[in-house]
Design a protein around this ligand. Structure first.
Ligand code: IMP
Ligand code: MG
Length: 333
């Protein structure tokens, strides 16, 4: 399967980063290319006991043989990107499209001070104001940036030719379906569409180039920032279940609710998902932490997974059972 698109099925923070990183290593991906909004995303990957946090680079960076790309649809914070390239030592395998739009300091200031954006509870990373200026045709692009010049490459051409040559390509989405500007809980959404079609457009591939759309659901639902969350638990309940999480970009407490089948079904429809990756099964079933074979799961955990498959009509091909990269049950087609 040359081209797999990975997208979030709920409100972001489903654990896409870990899934992408696992797939990149396991399937020896040649290319990992990021779509999505920009540095409002925060991906955490635990590899060999070390935590890797990225906001700009694809999470696949723990796979040394994988080339790391950022598609033209994505907004770039130049400082954040250069810092990550330095910290993760990926200079010789990072490539940025000249048409990526640059986030300016004024965008970040506006994201932090605009009362309407504060009400929505944005991440304050300047992405909304930058996309607004992009639509107004007055933003700067990566091709205008001297600091990025050595990384510039025609990303759609590389991605399409890699797929045509049967190389393994991972297209990494960010945020989650119900944060989509078109399909989410407007106005409590991010500044563009983030479903699979949009992620493909971000990196310059058409629908015929995609072999799999892997939709990532966490075993429960979380949401950071404002907006509706059906079945939202009281903080005490979230804590007692061990579902308490903090945003990796903003440090804000994430609100939590049980797995939502209606949202899952709609999100599968909106993304034409072909398989599910289910993460954090071990948080709901602590006795199953670290298991790597489906047969070894407790009967409660098996029932939980089987029930999701039955209710939404799609295979759960990948299951996350712990923080470490290889704490995964891989039962893809
Ligand atoms: P913005 O994308 O910073 O404009 O924020 C709009 C809404 O999307 C806010 O509720 C954010 O908390 C949320 N959001 C944006 N990016 C992410 C993400 O990567 N994970 C989770 N929530 C996000
Ligand atoms: Mg995140």
């Amino acid at each position: 399967m040359p081209c797999t698109v990975i997208v979030g099925g709920f409100f972001g923070d489903e654990g896409k980063g870990k899934i992408v990183a696992y797939l990149a290593r396991k399937d020896k991906a040649d290319v990992a290319v990021r779509g999505g909004v920009g540095p409002n995303a925060g991906h955490t990957v635990m590899f060999h006991g070390k935590e890797h946090k990225t906001r700009m680079l694809p999470s696949a960076l723990v796979s040394n043989q994988t080339r790391l790309m950022i598609g033209p649809g994505v907004l770039i914070n130049v400082n954040v990107l250069l810092e990550e390239i330095k910290n993760f030592d990926t200079k010789d395998r990072t490539f940025v499209d000249p048409q990526c739009c640059i986030i300016a300091t004024t965008h970040i200031e506006m994201d932090g001070s605009d009362p309407n954006l504060n009400r929505i509870g944005t991440t304050g990373t300047g992405t909304g104001p930058a996309n607004a200026d992009r639509a107004l045709r007055k933003a700067l692009l990566a091709r205008d940036s001297f600091e990025l010049s050595e990384y510039l490459q025609d990303i759609p051409s590389i991605v399409n030719s890699s797929i045509d040559n049967d190389k393994t390509v991972l297209v990494e989405g960010t945020q989650g379906t119900f944060l989509s500007l078109y399909h989410g809980t407007y106005p409590f959404v991010t500044s563009k569409d983030v479903t699979a079609s949009a992620i493909c457009s971000d990196v310059g591939i058409g629908p015929k180039k995609v072999s799999e759309v892997l939709i990532v659901f966490k075993a429960y639902v979380t949401r950071v920032g404002s907006g509706p969350l059906e079945g939202e638990l009281e903080l005490e309940e979230t804590t007692s279940k061990g579902w308490t999480e903090y945003g990796s970009v903003t440090g804000r407490l994430r609100r939590a609710a049980p797995f939502n089948f209606d949202l899952a079904k709609r999100s599968i429809m909106l993304n034409s998902a072909t398989q599910i990756a289910l993460t954090k099964l071990d948080i709901v079933f602590p006795s199953d932490a670290g298991k790597r074979q489906f047969d070894n799961l407790s009967s409660d955990a098996k029932r939980f997974v089987n029930n999701i498959e039955k209710e939404v009509g799609l295979k759960v091909g990948v299951i996350g059972t712990g923080q470490e990269l290889d704490d995964i049950i891989d039962r893809r087609y």
